[in-house]
Ligand binder design. Structure first.
Ligand SMILES: Nc1ncnc2c1ncn2[C@@H]1O[C@H](COP(=O)(O)OP(=O)(O)O)[C@@H](O)[C@H]1O
Ligand SMILES: [Mg+2]
Length: 258
């Protein structure tokens, strides 16, 4: 079906398959992520969630299937190209530049991959022209994620929870329309987790940003989620409203190792 018929679908996978040697990590997965919604991907360890995210964000090429972003077939596109189109991914283990300040880390995210950006003289000119505007935006984002007081501290000094906030800030700075996150609140205390999720909700509602998130902490995330896909053994085994999916016997069994 052409994506144009469903303008509210920002991202779609069609029959995605990814194998590692003989192991089928992702098996014929077709999902739809709707614009300005928070879609959650759940499933027990090893069910293929991260691999699917890696295929969508261009870190892996699928063995079969298509990835459609904004109505465009982007299957096999490299991460930096997708990033510039507006699809960004935060990592489970945040990867800021530890010796640079919090602000510098956020500013660098505005131009995607730093190595590539610094090389291009044209980009350098555009950086100079918009420097003030970018710094302003960076401070605004740092205020939103409650890191403003640490703007001139080296990123390497942040706590685990603050690192996650920084990673979210960097992703927001990219101007992404679709943010993919792998367990953004894992290991984060519940208060901070709710802060992050409330902020995500705000961005969704006020800026129309879309979120596709892998998360195990359903106890905390549930109230913020619009739609859920559940995977087990590489396949989608259930989808729907959060309450429906978590009470689905197939999903419960998959977590119990059934
Ligand atoms: N780079 C890789 N090389 C080989 N096997 C992998 C690789 N990445 C993931 N796998 C395997 O693919 C399956 C799915 O893994 P993963 O996508 O990480 O699951 P999840 O994120 O749901 O825990 C697992 O069996 C895992 O061991
Ligand atoms: Mg994973």
């Amino acid at each position: 079906m052409p994506a144009a018929l469903e303008p509210d679908v920002i991202l779609e996978t069609r029959g995605v398959r990814k194998t590692f040697g003989g192991l089928v990590a992702v098996d014929n997965v077709s999902i739809k992520v709707r614009r300005a919604k928070l879609t959650l991907l759940i499933g027990p360890n090893g069910s293929g969630k991260t691999t699917l995210l890696n295929v969508i964000s261009g870190f892996y090429k699928p063995d079969a299937g298509r990835v459609i972003f904004e109505g465009r077939d982007v299957t096999g596109w490299p991460p930096h190209k997708l990033y510039h189109l507006g699809l960004a991914r935060t990592f489970q283990v945040p990867q800021p530049f530890p010796k640079l300040t919090v602000l510098e880390n956020v500013l660098l995210a505005a131009r995607g991959h730093p190595g590539e950006s610094f090389a291009a003289p044209l980009r350098k000119h555009s950086w100079i022209r918009t420097e003030e505007e970018l710094v302003e935006k960076a401070f605004e984002i740092l205020r939103l994620v409650n890191l403003i007081h640490l703007w001139d501290h080296p990123a390497g000094m942040l706590s685990g929870g603050q690192m996650k906030l920084l990673e979210i800030a960097r992703t927001l700075m990219s101007g992404a329309k679709l943010l993919l996150m792998d367990e953004p609140i894992a290991g984060v205390n519940p208060t901070l987790a709710h802060t992050i999720l409330r902020f995500i909700t705000k961005l969704k509602e006020e800026q129309g940003i879309t979120f596709f998130i892998i998360e195990h902490r359903l106890d905390i995330a549930m109230q913020y989620v619009d739609y859920v896909y559940a995977m087990a053994r590489g396949r989608v085994i259930a989808e729907g409203r959060p309450e429906e999916v978590v009470s689905n016997p197939l999903v419960i069994d998959s977590y119990l190792g059934g």
